[in-house]
Design a protein around this ligand. Sequence first.
Ligand code: ADP
Ligand code: MG
Length: 322
Amino acid sequence: MNEFDLIKRYFQNGGLTPPVADGIELGIGDDCALLYPSADRLLAVSMDTLVADVHFPAQADPALIGERALRVNLSDLAACGAKPRWFTLALTLPDMDKGWLAGFSQGLLRVAREYDVHLVGGDTTKGPLSITVQVHGEVEPKLALRRDRASAAELIYVSGTLGDAAAAVKSFSGELNTDEQSLQHFLNRYYHPVPRVQEAQTFAPMLSAAVDISDGLLADLGHICERSNIGALVDLDRLPLSSALIKSFDEKSAVQLAASGGDDYELCMLVPQTVQQQFEDAAAALGLQVSLVGHTTNQHQGVKALFRGAPAELESIGYQHF
Ligand code: ADP
Ligand code: MG
């Protein structure tokens, strides 16, 4: 099987739709994909690379790797309030492992179907295992969620629970001792992050800014502060923790994972006080847990945190500026 057979067998038609569908004049198989962007929408473009043994264990189930590669990219579109349309895939493979490719493409295309986003091209090379996905989405210009539009005295909300994926990463290095059920919960959160795509589009008119939590809440919120030239005060006692996290760690370690652990791909959202009720009602209608964890300030000193009511030493809870 050569490179072209590989593409045909595992990725042609994105494995899902009729060849001409959803704004696609031409998909996989030519020099370029030819696409019809919607009128009056901004094209939202984002790319993430996953390197074996850096971003995922090389020996992990290929279907899970495929799922995660697309999910983390869709999370970036969610964080901009964009609707996913198309994606491309750059695959670097050490060898032509058919079992691995079948699993990988199944996982990847399963998520593509779930989020109605279509694979329209890519590149295939030989080398150490690495996966790059570029997603293309669309968003109404006025509703694009940006990091540089937050103001002081706004409310900071996060979706879901935090710290679970970081707990899974601890298990990879043998640093986690917990029961089987909790471990499964953490692994599921790591391999199946749920990009909040639909929810973010619903919330967009109510938000001043948003970011998806890939590097840890404090770090990612720090990006909003920097870009918007504001400060933030986070009450660490309010961070939403899963029961598995509470069961598996002492309180301080659990809070540390939730504040600084990455890979959860939940949303951190900035909500002006005037729309707080509307925002909470919308979240309730969607059945999405959202937690108020702090507010923004006009002090341009980045993110400050309170723990048990007292200022927390961010270094001591694992916050890294660099
Ligand atoms: P070119 O030589 O013109 O760059 P390629 O031979 O790299 O084209 O790829 C042929 C076609 O297969 C192109 O349409 C490309 O987008 C697609 N393709 C290559 N690799 C992948 C991949 N991993 N996933 C999806 N499509 C791919
Ligand atoms: Mg070409």
